[in-house]
Design a protein around this ligand. Structure first.
Ligand SMILES: Cc1cc2nc3c(=O)[nH]c(=O)nc-3n(C[C@H](O)[C@H](O)[C@H](O)COP(=O)(O)OP(=O)(O)OC[C@H]3O[C@@H](n4cnc5c(N)ncnc54)[C@H](O)[C@@H]3O)c2cc1C
Length: 474
């Protein structure tokens, strides 16, 4: 093991051209970025391997424009650590106002982010930690001997390259590495949440849009506070009447009864979350989903221009660079997070992170959001959810942690992904150093490190100091 700053990788003598590290993290989304930073800062030579050409994953490139899950419903901060450091770094550059009250009333806070600046801020933290990043290099094969992964292959523009490590962290969202290595996965294709393609509009007249929202509270979700055109960020959830009119007039083929709009009034920009298709079983079908979603995107823009007050001059400023997958394979771990764990706020002696977001489930066959449960308190995520039952040197984090369909509806939220990613990264570095099976790691020592890093214990701290963005308010 070397320090995180020393990221020289060695060609192994037995296999020239092979890249060797202590820890390899596969997938550079919220969980993977946090895992790689934490592993490198814990002294492991760390390689982060990403299929796409950027870091940031779904939070950045699905254009979510806000991270959620940093606070419980009472406003207590439950996620600190790398997730909070990313928000702090981004705030230094003006890419986020920080945590603000959730004007939709779904939970206590939202953390708006400019998606492109978020990815750049994450890149600066990866560089500081000394992580070696491989982009446009999907993991396509894994070699397993009994319960240990010996190598992975990544596809590069120059052909396949072998990468070896003592410990691997799967943060691909879809448990790609673990599945290639033969680990069992939870996957109920019939009940997967639908996929979407988020779109960003420019040229929105927020004075007119917000005047409509203020005059039509029945067209918004109950509890949705309506901001002003001077606000930095606003959220609106509803528009059932206008969506219904659009459907009846033939502007929108898809029938929806609600949408979520995340707006930046002073920029005239709004991200709409409204398209959806059932998400099929394999990545091979992703192209078909994309073709259907693209038509929905165009129809949504046309509807917005024709029927939504303030939309006349709106245009499609950006569209997500990938189909947005809410749910797919999750590893079968030593423990599995369930609905009951989430709604009962279950505490665990082997906790390595805290979740607090409602169980948020969208149903492909209904026009609304099938929102299951708002939860009264936070809950613990046990270490066993990060440990594949079938493998001794692999950890998982993020969306593909061991969880049921409903447990995943909460744990998949991005702030929680930062937390599980950081826990997996520290655990991977410790496992690599101690040369033990991940399932035998001394969890008390891991928790010690996580407390020091602010991953654990955040919920015992002060209630969040949220910053109001409306001008003139504290
Ligand atoms: C439409 C939609 C709306 C959402 N809204 C919100 C929201 O408002 N707020 C919120 O907090 N969360 C939201 N979520 C949930 C959240 O975005 C995701 O659950 C979360 O981002 C998952 O993070 P992750 O790190 O596990 O995976 P991801 O961020 O998806 O990262 C996985 C990474 O792995 C890479 N990868 C995949 N396969 C390979 C491979 N073979 N080799 C190498 N790399 C690979 C991918 O390219 C990707 O970069 C939403 C999700 C969707 C789809």
């Amino acid at each position: 093991m070397t320090t995180g700053k020393d990221h020289r990788m060695t060609d192994t003598a037995s296999a020239p051209g092979t890249l060797d590290a202590d820890v390899v993290v596969a997938g550079a989304g919220s969980a993977g970025v946090a895992a790689a930073i934490a592993a490198a800062e814990s002294g492991a030579r760390t390689v982060l391997v990403e299929a796409g050409g950027q870091v940031g994953g779904t939070l950045a490139w699905q254009l979510l424009e806000h991270s959620a899950g940093f606070h419980d419903v009472h406003g207590n901060q439950v996620v600190g650590g790398v997730g909070q450091r990313i928000v702090d770094r981004l705030r230094q550059y003006g890419g986020t106002p920080g945590h603000i009250p959730d004007d939709v009333g779904y939970t206590a806070t939202r953390t708006p982010v400019n998606h492109a600046e978020l990815a750049m801020a994450e890149a600066t933290l990866l560089a500081d930690a000394g992580v070696r990043v491989l982009l446009s290099c999907p993991v396509v094969a894994a070699g397993t001997d009994e319960r240990r992964v010996g190598w992975i292959d990544v596809e590069t523009p120059d052909g396949r390259r072998r990468v070896t490590a003592r410990v691997y962290v799967d943060t691909t969202g879809d448990a790609v590495l673990a599945a290639l290595a033969g680990a069992a996965v939870h996957d109920d294709v019939a009940h997967r949440q639908p996929a979407s393609l988020l779109l960003k509009l420019g040229g929105v007249d927020f004075a007119a849009l917000l005047a409509y929202a203020a005059d039509h509270p029945d067209d918004l979700r109950p509890g949705n506070a309506v901001g002003t055109a001077d606000d930095e960020c606003v959220n609106l959830w509803g528009f059932g009447t206008l969506l219904d009119a659009g459907h009846r007039q033939g502007l929108l083929e898809l029938r929806r009864t609600e949408l979520h709009l995340a707006g930046w009034p002073r920029r005239g920009e709004a991200v709409l979350n409204v398209t959806r298709v059932p998400w099929p079983g394999t990545g091979l079908d992703g192209g078909a989903a994309y073709l259907r979603l693209s038509k929905q995107v165009l129809e949504t823009v046309r509807w917005f221009r024709q029927l939504v007050p303030g939309g006349r001059d709106a245009y499609l400023a950006a569209v997500a660079d990938r189909v947005g997958v809410r749910e797919s394979r999750r590893v079968v771990g030593l423990a599995t997070l369930t609905r009951d764990d989430v709604v009962s706020g279950r505490r665990r002696a082997d906790s390595v992170g805290t979740g607090a977001f409602p169980i948020d489930i969208h149903d492909a066959s209904s026009p609304g959001l099938e929102h299951a449960d708002t939860i009264a308190s936070s809950y613990d995520i046990p270490f066993g959810c990060l440990v594949p039952r079938d493998l001794d040197n692999v950890l998982v984090a993020g969306r593909c942690v061991s969880s049921t369909h409903e447990g995943n509806g909460s744990v998949r939220i991005t702030a929680t992904c930062f937390a599980t990613g950081e826990a997996a990264g520290v655990a991977a570095a410790m496992t690599a150093r101690d040369a033990v099976a991940v399932g035998s790691l001394d969890v008390a020592r891991l928790q010690d490190q996580l407390r020091r890093r602010g991953v654990l214990g955040a919920r015992d701290g002060v209630a969040v100091q949220v910053r109001r963005t409306r001008q003139g308010q504290p």
